[in-house]
Design a protein around this ligand. Structure first.
Ligand SMILES: [Zn+2]
Length: 420
């Protein structure tokens, strides 16, 4: 079997296409395969799918293909253009690789599979590509996947933000709680950005949103109220985020009390930060004796801790009315505690209570996005090679978007022999 027949077989080349030439460069460890087509053909219009006469050829395109053994393999082709009476002069959908790509369908699929398992830098190394070409493949995969994605609104969504670097850089994202997929990513924390997510849908579609979990962050609340019908019944402020406000207050009480005690030479609270922040059941066994001793003393932080621990019970109730009743008792206690940080936190929570008791009905938190969080942490660890935030967003869609990323060759042949 000669090399042209060999490649015709393994590449699955069918007439009127044929392998015109194979150039093996042993020194460069590279193989170049030139495809051409027979004369007297018709070309399929990519718009209507009908065969019409050929107009001319596009300039030669070179696609990187899977290696032949250890040799880098490239396919050269000049795709014909069709002269369609209805759609004008069109380039065919290439059977070798996507029109916008410099990789064959098979090679691009391999790059995507490798990138799903490791960083872009490693992908570039393993596939023998430049860093830019690897990113281009990821970009194309995400664009393809997003274009194919069914236009539908998720019924339960979470709005969450991720710090992507030390300091104050954030990526915000909307995810589908039930599918566990990221639906939308943007790079600030503003109202306008979340609104641009909602604006993709009609009012009727937005009615389909049943519940929205989010942090106590007014721009997100405002955006959701502006677009989602009956948002006030659907927004569920994340319980862990609510608790975080109270935890911060407990820590402030500890710090100021520790400062005062230290001034009189007492180091009672030294090294106790997490004893007050951990949930009761999470205090390690070996520190429980120490904790009980502290609790026996008349400490402010001890009161703050008890107030914090009691708020946790709020989410055990199954009816909004019971949650409100419990909260009002807690609020009275917190605001009469003479602990300023606790009073302040209690007031913040009260200002948002209408969208906290919605938990009774929807029972969602942002922790439902845990699977996504894990993946995003993985992306962050691989992020050293990202260089800019657009790449970070691409990576989130690539790994967490639940998208159909792979390029597909045209379903039907693009050339045929002229019949008349
Ligand atoms: Zn046409």
């Amino acid at each position: 079997m000669d090399d042209k027949t060999f490649y015709t077989k393994i590449l699955g080349i069918k007439l009127p296409w044929y392998v015109k030439q194979v150039v093996v460069d042993e020194a460069a460890q590279r193989i170049d395969i030139y495809l051409d087509h027979e004369k007297g053909i018709q070309v399929r219009c990519p718009e209507c799918g009908e065969f019409y006469g050929m107009y001319d050829h596009s300039p030669e395109r070179i696609y990187r293909h899977l290696d032949t053994c250890q040799m880098e393999t490239h396919i050269h082709v000049r795709p014909p253009r069709v002269n369609c009476p209805k759609h004008g002069i069109k380039q065919i959908d290439s059977e070798v690789g996507e029109n916008g790509s410099d990789m064959t369908y098979a090679f691009e699929g391999l790059v995507i599979r490798v990138a799903q398992e490791c960083s872009v830098e490693a992908t570039a190394r393993l596939c023998g590509l430049s860093w830019d070409r690897s990113w281009n493949a990821l970009d194309r995969a995400v664009n393809r996947g997003r274009a194919r994605k069914e236009h539908r609104v998720a019924s339960r969504i979470g709005v969450d933000e991720k710090s992507i670097a030390k300091g104050h850089k954030y990526e915000s994202l909307v995810y589908d709680i039930d599918a566990g997929t990221v639906e939308f990513v943007w790079d600030d924390r503003g109202q306008e950005s979340l609104e641009s997510y909602y604006r993709q849908f009609t009012e009727e579609e937005l009615t389909g949103i049943q519940a929205v979990a989010m942090d106590m962050w007014d721009p997100y609340i405002a955006a959701t109220k502006a677009y989602v019908p009956e948002a006030e019944k659907k927004i569920v402020l994340d319980r862990f985020h609510v608790m975080k406000h109270v935890l911060t207050a407990v820590d402030e009480v500890r710090k100021s009390e520790h400062r005062k005690l230290s001034e009189t030479g007492k180091e009672t609270l030294k090294g106790t930060k997490y004893l007050w922040l951990w949930s009761r059941e999470n205090i390690p066994q070996r520190r429980q004796g120490e904790f009980e001793e502290l609790r026996a003393q008349d400490l402010k932080v001890c009161r703050a801790w008890a107030i914090k621990e009691n708020l946790r019970h709020l989410w055990e109730y199954h009816y909004a009315a019971s949650m409100r009743k419990y909260f009002n008792r807690w609020y009275f206690w917190a605001t009469h505690s003479r602990l300023e940080p606790i009073k302040k936190a209690a007031k913040t929570v009260k200002a948002h209570i209408d969208n906290i008791v919605t938990y009774a009905r929807h029972r969602i938190t942002n922790a439902l996005g845990e699977a996504i969080n894990g993946k995003i942490e993985k992306i962050k660890r691989m992020a050293c090679g990202f260089r800019n935030r657009a790449h970070y967003r691409t990576a989130i869609y690539f790994h967490c978007g639940g998208l159909d990323l792979f390029p597909k060759p045209p379903a039907k042949p693009t050339l045929c022999f002229r019949t008349t």
